[in-house]
Design a protein around this ligand. Structure first.
Ligand code: ATP
Length: 249
């Protein structure tokens, strides 16, 4: 297994948010993660990427216990991550943003860092915008840069946190193409997304988190059809019937 999350718990103060999370992801998988607001999805990513500490339980990457490693150490170990709200260095150019990620995220220097930065920008369709200040990018381009910055750190495992939010349908399709291209490079992808119809059109496996643990995990069409999953979304903003109509699976 590339990623193993075993019996992880996390509370904010007295509020338990992750309550016995178990998740295994094999190398090369493309996994979607959905769940109601507040289910603990972003917190789970923080615990995997090391931005948050587990209260108990264990996280392993390729068999290595990384539970006590910092976010920087986990990044160098091969975990890349995007954030819900892209936060590029606005005063720097697009290329400089990717170079910073390659230098400080992957620990590369000189031409190796430059190559990693350029390679990430090329895959994300941003090479021609390399000299543009990051602050001037449109939303889809900012999302592309967020993905490029995480790619420049050389991840084996990429955690995408709602990169599709705020985009038009056409832009979402462009983003789907990009993430599929990333996965085709051999990078294992774990993608949190509220746009369920878009997500299930590309992922091979769907995990549903509710109340800090896994409610369902399997083939997207089976997970979407499960009664438990439908019931867990009742009353939420997500209308599964509408979302999955026309989905590829
Ligand atoms: N730093 C924090 N301090 C206290 N509570 C927090 C903190 N971060 C998140 N929470 C709470 O933990 C719960 C889980 O939040 P989290 O962001 O992980 O959920 P989520 O499933 O990603 O939600 P969404 O789909 O809305 O992004 C929520 O009730 C949230 O308010």
């Amino acid at each position: 297994m590339l990623l193993e999350v075993n019996g992880v718990h996390k509370a904010y103060g007295s509020t338990a948010v992750i309550r016995g999370l178990d998740l295994q992801v094999a190398e090369g998988e493309f996994v979607g993660v959905i769940g109601p607001n507040g289910a603990g999805k972003t917190t789970a990513f923080g615990l995997i990427a090391g931005h948050l500490r587990c209260d108990s339980g264990m996280v392993r990457l390729a068999g290595r216990d990384i539970t006590r490693l910092s976010a920087d150490q986990r990044c160098r170990a091969g975990i890349g991550r995007t954030f819900q709200i892209p936060q590029p260095f606005g005063g720097m150019t697009v290329y400089e943003n990717a170079l910073v990620a390659a230098t400080y995220g992957a620990g590369l220097r000189g031409t190796r860092a430059q190559e990693a930065a350029r390679d990430a920008l090329a895959l994300c369709g941003l090479l021609s915008l390399g000299d543009v200040p990051a602050a001037s990018l449109r939303l889809l381009q900012r999302k592309r840069l967020e993905v490029a910055r995480s790619l420049a750190t050389g991840p084996q495992l990429l955690l995408l946190d709602e990169v599709g939010g705020g985009l038009t349908d056409a832009e979402v399709h462009e983003l789907l193409d990009l993430v599929q291209a990333v996965h085709a490079r051999g990078i294992t992808v774990l993608w949190i997304e509220h746009l369920v119809h878009a997500l299930v059109s590309v992922v091979r496996r769907l995990v549903v988190l509710t109340e800090g643990r896994v409610l369902a995990d399997g083939l997207p069409k089976d997970v979407i059809a499960s009664r438990e999953v439908r019931e867990s979304y009742l009353g939420s903003e997500l209308d599964m019937e509408a979302e999955v109509a026309g989905a590829a699976h």
